[in-house]
Ligand binder design. Structure first.
Ligand SMILES: C[S@@+](CC[C@H](N)C(=O)[O-])C[C@H]1O[C@@H](n2cnc3c(N)ncnc32)[C@H](O)[C@@H]1O
Length: 244
């Protein structure tokens, strides 16, 4: 049986796992790369890889049995523009992103991340400031970061850290506070489940701007100031303008 959640802060999941470079994962490593963080059983990425043969797709997942099952599907279909890797994205991804050839990473998706509702568990959430900065450093100007969730209390802190970085903007004309539709052609498993129940999904598509990522201490200071100055606004970052 696959566990529903694992604690990413437990000792086992804190061990760094070296991730193979794109040249070891894909037949045509030079193709634009889409990274899906928290890929679960991988069906979203499997369909994306079939629909976008001129992209490479990499799914990261902390529950190993799901990665093994997703890899078996990929091999059965002989897809060479798709791969799944077992790792804790908060531990193993930063160095891998820093070593990517410039311009390769063109899309990052973080969809329906585990909520970890209790305040004392917020450090288990996947989009921590360090990971956001590593993503920002690896994405070239104009490329995409797409986030979605059915839980406001989860997506709002994600928007807060993305926007406090100053590295991302919403495309002109995008609906606020939330996009009505998914910009990608394939819904995730969780998304299908939520939509089938008639529940709302909160989505934002960001584009990387040309500004350099700030040091992590500055990002954390900005987040703290946001909370201090305007607790109400901080409670609802979806309503804020993107930082210039
Ligand atoms: C609620 S599921 C959503 C799965 C999928 N994105 C979807 O929308 O159907 C979140 C997934 O993220 C994975 N996850 C949580 N923390 C992670 C981490 N630090 N690194 C990699 N994967 C993680 C979980 O194991 C889980 O499979």
């Amino acid at each position: 049986m696959v566990r529903q959640h694992v604690n990413p802060l437990s000792r086992f999941y804190q061990l760094p796992r070296p991730l193979p470079a794109p040249a070891e994962l894909f037949a045509r490593a030079e193709l634009p790369l889409h990274l899906d963080i928290g890929a679960a059983r991988g069906r979203f990425l499997l369909a994306m890889a079939q629909g976008e043969p001129d992209w490479n797709h990499l799914g990261l997942e902390i529950r190993r049995p799901l990665v093994d099952a997703a890899e078996a599907d990929r091999q059965a279909l002989q897809l060479n523009n798709l791969h799944y890797l077992f790792c804790n994205a908060n531990i193993s991804l930063e160095g891998w992103l820093a070593a990517l050839p410039p311009g390769l990473l063109q899309r990052v998706t973080i969809q329906f991340p585990d909520p970890w509702f209790k305040k004392k568990h917020h450090k288990r959430r996947v989009l921590q400031p360090e990971l956001l900065l590593a993503i920002a450093a690896a994405l070239a100007q104009g490329t995409a970061l797409f986030v979605q969730s059915d839980v406001l209390a989860v997506i709002e802190p994600m928007l807060a850290v993305i926007e406090a970085s100053g590295c991302f903007e919403r495309p002109d004309g995008d609906a606020r506070p939330w996009r009505a539709a998914n910009p990608l052609p394939v819904p995730t498993e969780r998304e299908r489940h939520v939509l089938a129940q008639g529940l709302p999904v909160y989505r934002v598509l960001y584009r990387r701007n040309g500004l350099p990522p700030p040091p992590v201490a500055l990002l954390e200071q900005r987040l703290g100031e946001t909370l201090e100055q305007s607790p109400e606004a901080a409670d609802n970052p979806a309503n804020r303008q993107v930082s210039p």
